[in-house]
Design a protein around this ligand. Structure first.
Ligand SMILES: Nc1ncnc2c1ncn2[C@@H]1O[C@H](COP(=O)(O)OP(=O)(O)OP(=O)(O)O)[C@@H](O)[C@H]1O
Length: 379
């Protein structure tokens, strides 16, 4: 078993929304597709599956063109593409047993019943449902149903498997178990797959590469680890759990308002006067309440009065996290992780002094997406 290559440029219009995205995967490669809500992930997957017509562009699976916006007659029906879309909900045939659901695809492909039955048995075992083949979907938990759906999809040996947030509807523990099954089975079958997800954990566990989609255009793509350590947009930084503040390089330093940081020898790619993003962990920022006697009531970055790597901001909101408290501050928008005790006395509106050592910061050039319609990377 092995998947095929995917090479697609998809242009789709849905009302005022326009998707214009290229996505490719090598045979057997798993690509994570991440983007904020409404970015066009589901639309892209639906177009790849043949459920939405292209306005422009082309979709190639292996050496076959299965869709072409220019030549409208080229639209291979979804059932004939060998591109299988697995959605958030398992959507099993309710009247069939788990075994029958899995055997359905191979049977429909003309495989003789005894062989299809044996394959379904093997798939039940592979996804950890040995002995549950006679149950109907209503007699299975959500996680078990999703395991059947994964087996049903893979049993058809798809050229490309598209997964639209396959773990979102599951509780964290069940999601972890199903993610492990998916990881194992995608790898052992060498299935080409595109996995749309909101969760960086899915991307790291399942995918080799990542494509970031924002407002219908690709804003970054590359190895998953590279994107998570060098996010090109505010969204990608948020996915990675990092702060990303855009500023400018001036006199060999990075500056944003009154906040100034040395580049710490990272100036190779950064031109004088160019826009650059400072990327740092919420845990790397030191935070203290501002002494009321020095607080004028006017919040501004006090250029010249603050030392390098220091700035004054207000608390915007506090968020409880498993490890403590995440304090959101502005301006600029920066999250700070504190131990629970350190957050005592903080509340929205309270002025705070923040400190950041330049050794804890990565400076990245700000790259504007090629498309004129592309969203600007946020601060
Ligand atoms: N059938 C439709 N008709 C018109 N507009 C649509 C239709 N389906 C989706 N859209 C619009 O297309 C855009 C992209 O939606 P899509 O569901 O692809 O985003 P998404 O990235 O998958 O979001 P989410 O993560 O919330 O599922 C949105 O602005 C949405 O409102």
């Amino acid at each position: 078993m092995s998947g095929e290559t995917l090479d697609a440029h998809v242009v789709v219009r849905r009302g005022v929304f326009r998707l214009d995205a290229a996505i490719a995967a090598d045979a057997g490669e798993v690509v994570a597709l991440m983007g904020p809500s409404g970015a066009g992930k589901s639309t892209l997957l639906a177009a790849l599956a043949g459920l939405v017509r292209l306005a422009e562009g082309e979709i190639r699976v292996g050496d076959r063109i299965v869709d072409s916006g220019a030549r409208r007659r080229m639209h291979v029906q979804p059932s004939a593409r060998r591109v299988v879309l697995l959605s958030q909900d398992a959507r099993l045939f309710p009247h069939l047993t788990a075994h029958e659901n899995i055997a359905f695809g191979p049977r429909a492909q003309g495989i003789v019943a005894s062989v299809a039955d044996a394959e379904a048995d093997e798939w039940l075992w592979r996804v950890g449902l040995d002995g549950m083949g006679r149950r109907r979907p209503a007699e299975l938990s959500g996680g078990q149903q999703q395991r059947v759906a994964i087996a049903r999809a893979l049993a058809t040996t798809p050229a490309v498997l598209l997964l639209d947030e396959p773990l979102t509807s599951l509780d964290p523990e069940t999601g972890d178990a199903v993610r492990a099954v998916l990881q194992e089975q995608l790898a052992s079958t060498r299935t080409t797959a595109i996995v749309a997800t909101h969760d960086a954990v899915d991307a790291v566990a399942l995918a080799h590469r990542m494509v970031v989609l924002e407002e219908g255009v690709v804003t970054q793509e590359g190895a998953v680890r590279d994107i998570l350590s060098s996010p090109a947009t505010g969204f990608a930084a948020a996915v990675a759990g990092l702060n990303r503040v855009t500023g400018r390089v001036a006199d060999g330093r990075w500056e944003r308002g009154g906040l100034s940081l040395g580049l710490g020898g990272q100036d190779d790619e950064l031109r004088e006067g160019a826009e650059a993003a400072a990327v740092f962990r919420p845990g790397a920022v030191r935070l203290e309440r501002v002494d009321a006697t020095t607080w004028t009531g006017t919040l501004r970055l006090t250029a010249g009065r603050e030392a390098a790597g220091e700035w004054v901001a207000r608390v915007v909101r506090l968020e409880q996290t498993p490890a403590g408290v995440r304090v959101h501050t502005d301006p600029p928008v920066v999250a700070v992780d504190l131990a629970p005790d350190a957050a005592l006395g903080l509340a929205p509106g309270v002025p705070v002094q923040l400190r950041l050592a330049e050794t804890n910061v990565r400076f990245l050039p700000v790259v504007r997406p090629a498309s004129a319609d592309a969203p600007a990377p946020e601060s």
